[in-house]
Design a protein around this ligand. Structure first.
Ligand code: FMN
Length: 202
């Protein structure tokens, strides 16, 4: 029995290409999840969302019930105990597809009958990213975006797993990241904000 038993992990794939480095690193990490953990993988590129529109002000906008890709993403998000954002580093932050998904959280907070915030409180948000830069701190804006978003939502911060590579498959040469992937979820479960598993020497 581990801290993770019975939890349900949702992996949100944010790359604009399939079979990329971030997904490869995430699948390495997921291999180590105990059998009692359920996994669901969703590729944002397969679930297109319309450009986000901010209808918060003035109050009174009648938010339509989310359908299609949005409805699927909303249901998957609230059903997961653990949300793993798997995004390559794009311009020092999350990819545009990932950012758009996060923008929709803002609308979901206002949906009547969903109680999005209270359902997300206490869930865990994790980050897995790959950068072409060899310096791990280049991913600080991405980590900050996700960690602060978790804090805003009352979620736990699981930690960030950061690898390095550029062309598809490069991550296979980052032995350090692949090693850290093996214990990412188990070591970081419960460690919270202090768990950053990038190679700080590089
Ligand atoms: C639009 C775009 C922006 C990028 N910006 C950065 C960046 O700011 N820093 C960085 O280290 N790498 C950057 N990269 C490189 C990717 O992070 C790198 O190729 C990564 O391995 C891609 O992951 P993927 O294979 O999972 O898509 C960028 C790539 C693209 C396509």
């Amino acid at each position: 029995m581990t801290d993770l038993d019975g939890r349900s992990f949702l992996f949100i794939l944010g790359s604009s290409r399939t079979g990329g480095n971030a997904e490869t690193l995430a699948r390495e990490a997921a291999l180590q999840l105990p059998p009692g953990v359920t996994q669901r993988w969703l590729r944002l590129r397969d679930l297109p969302l319309a450009p986000f529109e901010d209808h918060r002000h003035p109050r009174g906008y009648a938010y339509p019930e989310p359908s299609g890709s949005e409805g699927l993403l909303l249901r998957a998000t609230v059903q997961a105990t653990d949300l793993v954002i798997v995004s390559p580093l794009y311009w020092y932050s999350v990819s545009a597809d990932t950012k758009l998904y996060l923008d929709y959280w803002s609308a979901w907070l206002h949906l009547p009958g969903v109680a999005f915030r209270s359902r997300m409180v206490g869930r865990t948000l994790w980050a897995i990213t790959v950068t072409s830069h060899e310096e791990t701190d280049k991913a600080d804006p991405l980590v900050g975006t996700l960690r602060s978003s978790a804090e805003f939502m009352g979620m736990r911060w699981g930690g960030a797993l950061i690898g390095h590579g550029n062309r598809p498959g490069d991550i296979r040469a980052d032995a350090d990241a692949l090693t850290r992937a093996k214990t990412f979820f188990t070591d970081c479960a419960g460690m919270g904000a202090e768990c950053l598993t990038g190679n700080v020497e590089s």
